[in-house]
Write a protein that binds this ligand. Sequence first.
Ligand code: URA
Length: 200
Amino acid sequence: MSYRNWKTLHEDCQACAKCDLARYRTHMVFGEGNIHADIMLIGEGPGRVEDETGRPFVGPSGQLLDELLGGIGLRRSDVFIANVVKCRPPGNRDPKPEEIEACFPYLRAQLALVKPKIIVCLGVHAARLVLRRDVRITREHGSVHHVKSFTIIPTYHPAALLHNPPNKPLAEADFQIIGQEVRRLAADEAQSGDGALLRQ
Ligand code: URA
């Protein structure tokens, strides 16, 4: 289904019971940020604090995400943040393939409405879903892919970095690559007179 506006998309997500995750949720976590952003970050799924608040990346991994964004001069208001699944998998288990597929039309609709130029996949689930193939983050983090009109960059999930802090510098280096892509696209747009990148 294609959505022409956020309101109906949000209402459908709110009422969604397409998979078992709906039974356990306190809040559906729709995603938030700048709906005109040129950068969309896609995480895995809400954790405990996100389920309680209905907002993405507000728990400990959200603090780390803010730090990584800040390292390249971006704030949350510069990006849109979404997740592979909009309801918390119980006990923070991985989302199941059928849950990911059930939720994908909503994410696809968000991509169609935001129309980001850069998609940052936070972790393996987002990377596999967006690139539609098997991905190993340890091998492909920081790589730049061009698919249709999108520039896609997989990187570590912030929660994985909290579990394994020695990988944090690798993620920081990935974000430098993301920053370079942001600047490259901004320069291209300035040259073509469009100038939309990082618009507020
Ligand atoms: N982890 C995610 O993948 N998404 C969130 O929103 C929070 C934590």
